[in-house]
Design a protein around this ligand. Sequence first.
Ligand code: CMC
Length: 383
Amino acid sequence: NGIRVFDPAYLNTAAISSKITFIDGDKGFLMHRGYPIEQLAEKSDFLETAYLLIYGELPSKSQSEIWKFEVMHHTEIADDLAKVIGSMRYDSHPMSANPALQGRNLYIHDKSIMNKNIIRIIGKSATVAAASMRVRMNRPFIAPRSDMGFAENMLYMMDATSDSENYKPDARLAKALETLFILHADHEMNCSTAAMTHVGSSLVDPYSAVSAAAAALYGPLHGGANEAVIRMIEKIGKVENIPTFISAVKAKKELLFGFGHRVYRNTDPRSKIIREVAETVFTACGHEPLIEVATALKDAALADPWFVEKKLYPNVDYWSGLIYRSLGFPLDFFPVLFAVPRVAGWLAHWKQAIEASNPKIWRPRQVYVGPQVRDYVPIGDRE
Ligand code: CMC
């Protein structure tokens, strides 16, 4: 109707209606399909939560068995894809391996292959991620184990010592990673899910849309924040340096990574659960040396009126990086550990949008503030 609302960075614009995830930012509440995140983190597993997100209900026993069987039997990747990942530079960021999922020109118009693509993408993401980690370690790929749980298999494929056939990941660590995967599986219309939905609205295949979402997630204001938190804490180095850092944040010379959220203005319910997971991992893996600085920095920020007034609290990325570090993952692998489970959320939103009764291509408008119309000036006449 010609009326346009100017809303930079979509601060207030809802672009879809959704039945998947609900966040009450003031209360610090998160639920998927009606189930509070605390219950899912305690009682569910990642693949069951992924099913819930994508298909709308918790699976029955037989649905669960078929779903898990199919995803875990689609964790194998083709030799040519393994070669592409194997040919990456040893020091290339592992997030750049994700687009290697591309290359299947599968037309989304064919809805009969939608479920097959969903199963393939979830299963293969874990293997692509693990393979990119093995490149970094200069070690051969480990074939996936379909008889293991999702996170357990990922640990199995990545671990430096898993060349031995009898190797089995520590059950406490597999459970901890599974919980982290549940916590990261979806978070409504965040930057990467918006990218997935936006790119998917052109009816491109979901492999290409997942690549776009992975690129969005990689940035330090989004999923790359877990990596940025550790770099920040390492740079601060000692508890004595915290006041100087806090002053730099207040002077807008630094960002306090792992703090703040577009929707949560009170607390991020995931960060409380993650803190508990951290204790399990630290007990299994030994003391994490950065924890003192991380805890003192968090306490200093929470006690400072500048942060309180701006409603800045620790988000999910504040603690997850410390857990991944304690688990022995290289720093630049942290966003990958966020991306693998978030694939489930991306696909749930993509499927919902594609199946909507009247799907439209996403095409935001803009407010033009450039020059008014004028005549072309030949190069010799320009100043
Ligand atoms: N450190 C310092 N100042 C901050 C921070 C921060 N982490 N977050 C927000 N602010 C300031 C911001 O500059 C603004 O100041 P002012 O009112 O003077 O302009 C004020 O607080 C309000 O912030 P906002 O503009 O409402 O925040 P936003 O919704 O535009 O951005 C955010 C949200 C997550 C990008 C931001 O908080 C941030 O940059 N955090 C650090 C990066 C991070 O931890 N990202 C992970 C987010 S959670 C998981 C995920 O999505 O991946």
